[in-house]
Design a protein around this ligand. Structure first.
Ligand SMILES: Cc1ncc(COP(=O)(O)O)c(C=O)c1O
Length: 368
């Protein structure tokens, strides 16, 4: 259905910048520079400087990124890795394919993995956490780092939705042994296809991943040092990403301003629980998504649909503790009832202030 206020307009970035993008396409293609070339290294450096991660690698997508860094982390096979029940299946599948067991736990009112539930789920087999900085908000890192220290757990981060998000001034994706950022088109920094990044501060891990993303080849000796993947961020995509990255902070500000409008307009409604407000001293939220917990979720969704407003239920409404797949914990969780009330409202830079106000007015009309 064509919405007058779409959930996400996949043509927006191209239409707005088509002449610059065509220039970039021409430049890169006329050099024939497609794989592992200067534009990729330049983009990796830009992310390194921005996030202050020591090492950054461009890879095929965030799912590969997580599988690769988990495989390289040398935890005992079949170890349990705790994840959130509110994350993409990709977080769980990366754990599974790396040879470990994903253990989903409850999320809190902020929709992020709940530290108390992590503690309750730790067993002698638990060796790591792969936390998701969901919707562009960094998890409660003080609590999580304490848990990792106390129970000797390795920390990994799914920062797929969180480039630019901070906790007490430190960037999401720079707390654990390794992390990923997704560059999927609808992400806050998205390309024209799949793409992802690995961030790490660990030199040894970086040098292994550097080879593993490209068939295990050692660039210096040209020997194959490891079994590897073919998972490299395309040079052309990297060139486009560098172009979009120039406006990254501006785009974050725009999203934060839209979030403020949602907050102002909707905070009086008792039928809706909103995400934490922008004026939070600890978290700097980039609002990749604006996700509400709402009564009569499915009815609200179809009401808005009829009014020409697109919304989305993340993961098609399937939580990771409810996947009918082998080798994953399927325990019922305290957050399950909230999970069925989640709805993403439109949140992106193609929206005008008035669009967000219209969405809010229609939500108010629905609950009248
Ligand atoms: C929380 C989360 N994790 C992982 C991924 C997977 O990212 P990619 O599509 O780049 O593999 C996504 C992408 O939507 C995501 O939102």
């Amino acid at each position: 259905m064509n919405h007058k206020i779409p959930f996400y307009d996949y043509t927006f970035n191209y239409k707005k910048n088509s002449s610059s993008l065509k220039g970039i396409f021409n430049k890169v293609c006329s050099k024939g520079a497609y794989i592992l070339q200067d534009e990729l290294f330049k983009f990796e450096n830009e992310i390194k400087n921005y996030t202050k991660a020591k090492y950054v690698l461009g890879v095929g997508n965030a799912t590969d990124a997580m599988q690769m860094f988990l495989m390289c982390s040398n935890l005992k096979k079949n170890s349990e890795i705790i994840i959130s029940s509110h994350t993409m299946v990709a977080t769980a599948s990366a754990v599974y394919f790396a040879g470990y067991k994903p253990v989903p736990v409850a999320f809190g009112d902020d929709l992020l993995i709940d530290p108390k539930s992590i503690i309750k789920s730790i067993t002698p087999k638990t060796k790591g956490l792969l936390i998701t900085h969901l919707n562009g908000r960094t998890c409660n890192m003080d609590e999580i780092l304490k848990i990792c220290k106390k129970y000797k757990l390795e920390l990994f981060e799914d920062a797929a939705q969180a480039l630019g998000s901070k906790y007490k001034g430190k960037y999401a994706g720079t707390f654990g042994l390794a992390s990923t950022i997704s560059l999927y088109p609808a992400k806050i920094l998205g390309c024209f296809g799949d793409g992802g990044l690995i961030l790490t501060n660990n030199k040894k891990l970086f040098s292994k991943l550097h080879k593993i993303r490209s068939h295990g080849i050692n660039e210096k000796t040209k020997k194959i040092d490891h079994w590897g993947f073919n998972s490299r961020l395309d040079n052309l995509q990297a060139a486009f990403l560098s172009f979009f990255f120039k406006k990254h902070n501006e785009n974050i500000n725009r999203r934060r301003n839209l979030a403020k409008i949602y907050h102002k307009e909707l905070s009086g409604l008792k039928t809706i629980k909103l995400p934490p407000a922008c004026e939070d001293k600890i978290n700097y939220d980039i609002f990749q998504n604006y996700e509400i917990i709402c009564e009569k979720r499915n009815k609200l969704k179809s009401f808005l649909d009829k009014k020409g407003i697109g919304t989305l239920i993340q993961w098609n409404g399937v939580k990771t503790n409810n996947l009918s797949l082998p080798n994953i914990n399927k325990k019922k969780l305290i957050s399950d009832s909230n999970f069925n009330k989640l709805l993403l409202l439109p949140m992106n830079i193609s929206l005008k202030d008035l669009d967000v106000k219209t969405v809010c007015n229609e939500i108010k009309n629905f609950y009248k």
